[in-house]
Design a protein around this ligand. Structure first.
Ligand code: FMN
Ligand code: EPS
Length: 357
């Protein structure tokens, strides 16, 4: 179960090499137009095996709606969706049955549960994020009907940073790059690491446009806290910044404050959130992904019986998880904002009255 979900409750099921994965999204208001082609198009953006910049595992990621939608509209009941796995090659993974891959969740899952599904990453595999993207697409449909848009793109790969953020370019780019001029160097960094059987990290920049003033609770269940939690819940995310983030700790008050004018804020160092509450400006997040842990170089590790061994991994892995991870960031951000909107309806008497009249 997700940790936001005051109004929207969301949980996923399934393993990387199991039969299927999917989600249940409960709390979606009745009457939302459910555009199935749009949901599929979001899954297509995240699905693996589209290029040399992604894992070679090819999955169609065809999504099927099982419940909660009737005659093209949400019914207000739980929406269940399923995605069948079709390209498991579980025998590739017999060599990780008894050893822990450094950097992956093998060690901790085994010691916590006393067993693990070693077929790929099992439940810890980011294959699960397909289900998040399906749920996120429904949240995005809800937001779209209110004029709110969630966008993202890759700003940085292996320390090579975008100089501009061109969100309308992102879907033309095979690596979802924000800066077409920097993209070639970023692609080269990925392929260069891949050729050396290594991997690289990267940063996704998320932009949420059209959010009204007032989403989020003060002090507890703050909008920035809930968004950060949702991002940190994505596999391989190691840090999240709101607005200027880390840089704001190095700034002066005089340069960090966003001056206020009658028609809005002059700058947006705050990233659209003040006091845990949206201020009406764009919400900006930077989400930092570590390099893919599964690399093909020889590594030191231990077995399940704690014997030290050198081992070399086989299997199909992303050389830079941030690339497909950016689509997952959008989905999680959309779910949080949709949840906050539903919660917000009851935060003022006029909101409640508007809802019931
Ligand atoms: C979209 C996406 C794709 C990923 N692909 C891989 C992969 O191919 N191989 C791998 O070892 N890790 C991959 N990861 C990262 C692992 O799932 C993650 O590192 C692992 O679950 C351990 O969790 P942690 O890094 O958050 O500690 C991917 C992550 C995301 C978001
Ligand atoms: C299959 C997908 O990505 C997978 C994410 C992943 C991981 O460890 O996170 C490891 C690889 O798969 P497996 O679990 O077979 O080792 C990737 O191919 C997907 O995103 O659909």
């Amino acid at each position: 179960m997700n940790s936001f979900g005051m109004k929207l409750r969301f949980s996923t099921f399934g393993e990387s090499h199991g039969k299927a994965l999917g989600c249940i999204l409960d709390g979606v208001p009745a009457g939302l137009d459910i555009d199935e082609a749009y949901i599929q198009s979001e899954l297509d953006r995240r699905k693996p095996g589209k290029s040399e910049f992604e894992t070679a595992r090819k999955e169609a990621d065809k999504v099927e709606i099982l419940s909660g939608v009737f005659e093209g509209k949400s019914t207000g009941t739980p929406i269940a969706m399923i995605i069948y796995n079709t390209n498991q090659k579980s025998k590739d993974y017999s060599n990780i049955k008894d050893v822990f891959r450094p950097g992956h969740a093998d060690f901790t899952y085994f010691h916590k549960y006393g067993m693990r599904d070693y077929r790929g990453g099992g439940r810890s595999s980011a294959r699960e994020t397909a289900a998040r993207v399906a749920a996120g697409a429904i949240a995005k449909l809800m937001l779209r009907s209110l004029g709110i848009e969630v966008l993202s793109g890759i700003s940085e790969i292996h320390g090579i940073k975008a100089q501009k953020y061109n969100y309308s370019y992102v879907n033309e780019s095979i690596i979802y790059a924000l800066d077409p001029d920097i993209e070639p160097a970023q692609k080269e960094a990925v392929l260069e690491a891949k050729n050396r059987h290594d991997s690289v990290g990267g940063v996704s920049r998320v932009l949420i446009k059209g959010v009204p003033v007032g989403l989020g609770q003060p002090l507890y269940y703050k909008l920035d806290g809930v968004l950060a939690d949702a991002m940190m819940g994505i596999n391989a995310v190691k840090a999240v910044e709101i607005g200027d983030g880390v840089l704001s700790a190095r700034a002066l008050g005089s340069t960090n404050n966003d001056a206020i004018r009658a028609n809005g804020f002059e700058t947006n160092h705050a990233g659209g959130i003040l006091g845990g509450i949206s201020n009406g400006d764009d919400i900006v997040l930077n989400v930092y992904f570590k390099p893919t842990p599964s690399i093909f170089q020889k590594q030191h590790t231990v077995t399940t019986t704690n014997e030290e061994v050198d081992f070399s991994l086989k299997g199909r892995h992303d050389p830079c998880v941030a690339i497909r991870g950016t689509i997952v960031c959008e989905a999680m951000a959309a779910l949080v904002i949709a949840d906050m909107l539903l919660l917000n309806m009851g935060s003022t008497m006029s909101g409640l009255i508007n809802y019931y009249k």
